[in-house]
Design a protein around this ligand. Sequence first.
Ligand code: BEZ
Length: 212
Amino acid sequence: MSLHIGSIAPDFTQESTEGPIHFHEWIGNHWAILFSHPKDFTPVCTTELGTVAKLKGEFDKRGVKVIGVSVDDLGAHQRWVGDIHETQGTPVNFPLLADPDRKVATLYDMIHPEANDTLTVRSVFVIDPNKKIRLTLTYPAPIGRNFDEILRTVDALQLADKYSIATPANWKDGQDVIISASITDPKVLKEKFPKGYKELKPYLRTTPQPNR
Ligand code: BEZ
């Protein structure tokens, strides 16, 4: 079954560097980011995990729990985190799922056989507190991800949920946003967007970021 935006993120129980994880229970009332890396003791993956560890404070600020996964076993993860600490200058401060039986990789369709029939690609699932998949990204093994972009998407999703807005191309936190087309009642517009708005077209209305 393919996973779509809006699908419920499949639940599972799997071993991790922080003990057994019951995924939905572990997410609780938080947002979550589940991301796969192809293989322990490889260079791009080492830099990615160091980058995520350094951004832990940013994920925490947004109420997001992060969790990594690969088809390596727990012993490999436990040995590798030492290398990450040594080379990236940070301890790995989030759990890594050990998935040698490919339970998680299969549930989330992280193995793309045309690329590699045993290792996962670089998948990202942004999951909301209702356990719904809100955003997915897929990168090939040689290309490291931009985790600042992933934080940006979390900012946009959380803002969109709270204020009935959308975000334009290349939007960054603090910039103007787009008012949802469904809001047309002038009274509601005034209540929701007290800073006013610009109407470039009836379907393209921008307003200053509501929470700034
Ligand atoms: C890497 O992390 O550098 C990597 C892992 C698997 C395949 C290619 C690159």
